[in-house]
Structures are given as C-alpha cells and as structure tokens.
Design a protein around this ligand. Structure first.
Ligand SMILES: [Zn+2]
Length: 351
C-alpha cells in the first residue's frame, strides 16, 4: 500500500529543499527535506524489481519522485540536490553499481545518471544504505551532538555506516562499510560467513548467525522455553525475535544467546574504535533485542559496553557514546538528502 504524508507546509520549510530517496531491499521511500532536516513530505511504497530490472526500477523511482513533488506542490527545479540510498555500492571510478547482494542483475547499471535523466534532477548523489542511515542519525538523530559516528546495522548481515565531520567514508572501491567481514575468530574451526570466508563477525552476530546458533543449542537438547517456540519449520528470520521474547520472559538460555551476541559484537566494535576512533557508536537495524525499551535491550547494550571497556584502549572509550539508533526506517531518506545537501554546500564553497 502506498503511504503519503505531508509533515511541514512548504511555506514553513527552511529553504533550500532537498530530496532523499531510500531504495531498500523491499521498499521505496521518498522524502522532501528542508535545510534543517525537517521532513516536508513523504512517500513510501513496496517495490518489486524482479520483474522490471534496473532500468524499469529507475523509471518507477522517477515516476514516484515526480508524484511526490507534485503532491508537495513544488517542481523539480525547487530541489537543490537529491540523494539515493541503496543496498549496495557504487564504483566511484565508473559511477556504475557493483553487484548488489540482493539485486545481482544490477551489475554495471549507472543508477545516479539514469535517475538524473529520468527525473530532471540537477544532481543525484549515491550513498549506500548504511552511510545514509548514519548521516541521518548524525544530522538529526541519536548522534546529532557528535562530530563522528559509526552506525552498526544488525540485520541478515552486518553493515556499518561511518560519518566523520559530515563526510561519509566510502573507501576506494565503495566498500568502506563492510564491517561485518572483519575477523573476530582466526581459529581453523571458526564459523563460515556468507561471503565464504571464516571467522567474520557476521557469522557470529548477525540475525542469521543468532538463528543458527540458537538452532545448534536446541539440537543439543538444552533445557529452555525456546524448545516450545522453535521447531524445524520455524523460519530462520523469525528466530531472533523469539529469542528476545523468551529472554525478556526470563529464560536463561535465551538470555545467554543475547549476551553472547553482545560479546561478539563488542569484539568487533573494539576493532572499529581502534581503526576510526569515532565519538559515537550506534546500534541499529532489525535486530536490537527490544532496544532501550526492555530489560533485555539494556543488558544487551551493557554487555557490548563491557566488552569494549575491557579490550579497547582507554583513551578511546572514556568519552565514547554508545547507544541505539533513533530514526529507524526513516534514517535512509533523511540521510540521503542530508548527504546531498552536504555535497551541495561543499561545492558552493569550492566555487
Ligand atoms: Zn564475511
């Protein structure tokens, strides 16, 4: 179902206006954002790109952009800059997509250029979903008082968006946020990651890894209320939420799985701190164990912090802000617009 909302009348918005497009694995979200980060209008719809391919999807995005602008009562020329947040990376040399994990047939598609052609927008900045979400938090979310932030996203895989003084860290090949593939276990028996390497963080602390570890424990026959909630037909994607529910109800094994996940994650974040020295680290994504609104979420965060404090250099942890992301599913389009704004401001300074 399409979803449209007007948040702030254009007459009250702080000019100039920017456009943020979030192309998630399943949903398209578009927002017109003013220069202070307020959402002027918002449009969301599910997308199915399997049938139309990248060019059909780009044309659909363009049509949704036109519709959003029309309903907001503004024209394409009223948008100073636009950004698109996408679940994959762009080769910075060719401005064409690498092979996105969820959309392998998009390899080599020049998405930003095509969006400019189909929409008439003057510029479309590309950013991956993690960096866009991190910028959203940096601009108006949980990291708004920090100069640098790493947003760790716990989903099927583990991603990380990094913003330093308003700029995203992209890397030479556009893979600067592949935090899930740092090595936390170098032993020969280490778990296998989806990327076909061993010992990566993602193989221990992603939602998929939590589901697999839970299944292993149940197969051993350990006593837990999870035995009544999970059977061989339970989809892997449903298991982390069931683990959280049972941990919240006081099941010891479920809580152990949550705390083990926190320990693995803490190990990974130690390397992040030692490499990038961020002022703030936020946890986001689908799997945050009830975040701050539950005892389990608090214990999860506390255990991550303990691991960090035990293992990282003291100078890096004393003033470290560690917490949960705030904007949730809105961070992508707000952040994409924010990064486009940042780029536009930089270009103005250079000119
Ligand atoms: Zn890996």
């Amino acid at each position: 179902m399409n979803e449209e909302r007007i948040y702030l009348p254009v007459s009250e918005a702080a000019a100039p206006l920017y456009l943020g497009i979030h192309f998630g694995s399943f949903n398209l979200k578009i927002g017109v954002i003013d220069s202070e980060g307020h959402t002027v209008s918002y449009f969301a719809t599910p997308h199915n790109t399997a049938e139309c391919g990248p060019d059909g999807a780009a044309r659909n995005i363009a049509a949704a952009v036109r519709e959003t602008l029309e309903k907001t009562g503004i024209g394409v020329k009223d948008i100073t800059a636009a950004g698109i947040s996408f679940p994959g990376s762009l080769d910075p040399r060719t401005e064409k997509l690498h092979r996105p994990p969820n959309f392998p047939d998009w390899l080599g598609y020049p998405l930003p250029a095509k969006l400019m052609e189909y929409t008439g927008l003057q510029s479309v900045l590309f950013c991956n979903n993690a960096n866009a979400a991190a910028y959203g938090e940096f601009w108006i979310g949980a990291a708004r008082d920090s100069q640098s932030v790493c947003l760790v996203l716990l989903d099927d895989g583990i991603g990380c968006g990094t913003i330093v003084e308003g700029r995203e860290i992209k890397g030479a090949n556009g893979f600067g946020g592949e935090f899930g593939h740092i090595i936390i276990d170098p032993s020969p028996g280490a778990r296998w990651c989806n990327c076909l390497q061993q010992g990566h963080l993602e193989a221990y602390a992603s939602a998929t890894a939590v589901a697999r570890r839970t299944r292993e424990m149940l197969e051993v026959g350990l006593s837990t209320s999870l035995q009544d909630r999970i059977d061989k037909d339970t989809p892997l994607a449903d298991i982390p939420k069931l683990v959280f529910d049972e941990a919240d109800r006081g099941d010891a094994l479920a809580m152990q799985i949550v705390l083990d996940t926190a320990r693995f994650l803490g190990l990974g974040i130690v390397s992040l701190l030692h490499t990038l020295d961020p002022e703030c680290v936020l946890l986001g994504g689908e799997m945050t164990f009830g975040i701050r609104h539950s005892g389990t979420g608090e214990m999860f965060l506390k255990r991550v912090r303990e691991e960090i404090d035990q293992r990282a250099l003291k100078d890096l942890t004393e003033n470290l802000k560690l917490g949960f992301a705030k904007l949730g599913a809105n961070a992508g389009f707000v952040g994409a617009a924010g990064l486009a704004r940042e780029e536009a401001l930089l270009l103005t300074v250079v000119e």
